[in-house]
Design a binder for this molecule. Sequence first.
Ligand SMILES: NC(=O)c1ccc[n+]([C@@H]2O[C@H](COP(=O)([O-])OP(=O)(O)OC[C@H]3O[C@@H](n4cnc5c(N)ncnc54)[C@H](O)[C@@H]3O)[C@@H](O)[C@H]2O)c1
Length: 331
Amino acid sequence: MLRTGLLGAGRIGHVHAKAITGHAASELTAVSDYVPEAAEKLAAEYGSTARTTDEILADPQIDAVLIATSTDTHSDLIEAATAAGKAVLCEKPVDLSLDRARACQAKVKESGRDVMLGFNRRFDPSFNALKQALDAGEIGKPEMLAVTSFDPALPPVEYIKVSGGLFRDMMIHDFDIANFLMGEPPVTISAVGSSLVDPAIGAEGDVDTAAVTLSYADGRIAVIRNSRRAAYGYDQRIELLGSKGMLQAENMVENTVVKSNADGVTAAKPMHFFLERYMPAYRIEWDAFVTAVTNGTPFPATLADGVTALAMAEAATRSRASGAPVALSDV
Ligand SMILES: NC(=O)c1ccc[n+]([C@@H]2O[C@H](COP(=O)([O-])OP(=O)(O)OC[C@H]3O[C@@H](n4cnc5c(N)ncnc54)[C@H](O)[C@@H]3O)[C@@H](O)[C@H]2O)c1
């Protein structure tokens, strides 16, 4: 039984509490949050106990911690938790600062441990089936990737302010999926972005609408499109063109009813947001973590994957600001 401390009782903390308590080989031993009432409420919901982060890290009875706190705390908590001998699953991104993330990576490496990064989309059954078909050679060599990721609504403004911006907070998932599917990071990154959804986001220096092109050493191409507004729900699609065919992962819909009448043909919307769309992925992600820790096998999404994706976010941020492509090796 993997005795787990959950750090952070916010939006994603609730999702992880469900996955941890729903797994036969893990228990939610304790929950902490900067706001004690938030930890108490979540702990009570799952019959766990609220404690401080320091108490959780100091408790030898706790084997693992899941870091689901705000992004600006991740590197510090990763270092503290690995130093305390805990197995760690940390939410994306590794940090707001690439330098800080790299320093964290170096420190963790010294400890001889690795950390799993919460790139949940790798574990989504559809995206994972697409990857398996790719690995089985069913479309030959992947040559052109298109990733669409549109949110149904903006997160709270307080969240946006500490998120690091769209490229680090939101597109980081798509950078990782591109690396997962194309098998390597790109050489150059070109980004454009605007604030079309909420002027307050533009006033913060951030964007809510963006398109990024990734160019690979051998000429392959990936295009990622993000928006924080899609009136019809959470739009999450992948299209991968290979030398021998194409793989596509379509949206998961609320139900499969298709209505046809004199007005036309209509179907249900995509599942509303990440809580609905990716709940199976969060559970499979947690199972992959528990399995890797129990068996002492490598994590399927690592701290190094997190640092690479963050470097891509940094390159995209710089490219949008300058209007010129940015070499990944320059960041
Ligand atoms: N993988 C995903 O699909 C996904 C989805 C949403 C958020 N996230 C990531 O999860 C993290 C949290 O996002 P959220 O939406 O849950 O945010 P949130 O603001 O809802 O929750 C964060 C919680 O962490 C607490 N906190 C902050 N600093 C802390 C500290 N030092 N110790 C203990 N608690 C602390 C806050 O009080 C808050 O309750 C972010 O890094 C975000 O990028 C990932």
